[in-house]
Design a protein around this ligand. Sequence first.
Ligand SMILES: *[C@@H]1O[C@H](CO)[C@@H](O)[C@H](O)[C@H]1NC(C)=O
Ligand SMILES: *[C@@H]1O[C@H](CO)[C@@H](O)[C@H](O)[C@H]1NC(C)=O
Ligand SMILES: *[C@@H]1O[C@H](CO)[C@@H](O)[C@H](O)[C@H]1NC(C)=O
Length: 407
Amino acid sequence: MDSSHKPRTFSPNLFFFFLLVSSNLLTFFICNTFKNSSCALYQQTYNAIATVSSLNTSIPLVVEPAANRGDDVQESNKPAADLDLPSEFLAFTSPHKLPFGFSRNFDSDEIIPPVGHPCTRFPDLLRRYMSYRVNGSCPDDELLAQKLLLKGCEPLPRRRCRPAAQKEYVEPYPFPEGFWRVPSDSSVVWTAYTCKNYECLINRKTQKGFDDCKDCFDLNGREKNRWLSTKGAGLDFSIDEVLAVKNPGTIRTGLDIGGGVATFAVRMRERNITILTTSMNLNGPFNTFIASRGVIPLYISISQRLPFFDNTLDIVHSMHVLSNWIPTTLLHFLFFDIYRVLRPGGLFWLDHFFCVGEQFAQLYVPLIESIGFNKVKWVVGRKLDRGPELNEMYLSALLEKPLKNSW
Ligand SMILES: *[C@@H]1O[C@H](CO)[C@@H](O)[C@H](O)[C@H]1NC(C)=O
Ligand SMILES: *[C@@H]1O[C@H](CO)[C@@H](O)[C@H](O)[C@H]1NC(C)=O
Ligand SMILES: *[C@@H]1O[C@H](CO)[C@@H](O)[C@H](O)[C@H]1NC(C)=O
């Protein structure tokens, strides 16, 4: 194990120049794009829904538009009906009065449930998504939901209906048998996917039309050996060599970002470590499959702030996901968020980060080094799967949040 605890090197001017320019450009872009349209719409929406009175314990199932209620709407505020946003959306996002009045904890007498502010930029999708009968069955429209989420409407605002489910659900295999057994097809609602059963998903590496995680569902294929190799295999660190960096038993909880079918979490569970796995359902029932294996899926995109308090997790892992397809400023936010949720002494295992040759030294090395981690392992290699002419690179790094003075 190469223990190169190098002192933190501060990034070259180029990187900060880049960051400065890009964040200014971003601000400029946001202001100009949103000034007359969405920003105003957003403001209007919030002014309007702030007047919709909240639901109380009698739980009315139909919510009247604010306009019909004789609420005290200020002259300058358009009623919600003008915005043509679905009433169920307004019902959810409106301030809800606390039944016992002012709460010290909230420092308020009301709660406003959060939804991603871009929701209102896609009123047509939102209208389709939020048109359901309250207390009824939700539409079977996972593709629509994921589309809306990936456009930034996250967390999604649907809550008051029963999600599509199999008519005859088959319960998962018991622990620990479920770790490595493909669950019943009847545990999945297949509507959103090209494949209509697990057999098809397992064999999809030979089929056309799949991009991400093509061979992930084949638990007897490559999944079977991931993170097990013990013979110092370059970019492929093993779980046990990573855990050996810390005192036994001190890595107990963590997160795998974009963790496919959660084989990482399963391997860690076999070592009594609890890992949550974030995943989208890109043409496959990833979240359902992860849950069937007996570990926990988190349905959040990489744009969302990690739902953990500061300084809490022992390890964060991510393989093949954090890479140059992510806008650089967003990646900067994400790296800082990982630093935030890791406890001092916690590990960030950046597994097979990839980018193009020149970007690596000029942009990504300074970016990663600037966050404040100590380097425990740092292995750079070439990525050849799409051909050497593309000059792609991999970085596998094991980074540690400093135990002292991490703030
Ligand atoms: C709840 O709302 C209904 C209808 O708006 C109202 O009639 C009722 O008095 C309210 N109940 C409480 C406990 O606030
Ligand atoms: C809500 O739905 C359940 C199940 O369909 C039904 O039993 C119940 O009566 C409904 N409640 C209301 C208030 O409509
Ligand atoms: C996991 O925990 C159980 C119960 O405490 C223990 O019996 C088992 O040996 C542990 N397994 C490992 C790999 O540490």
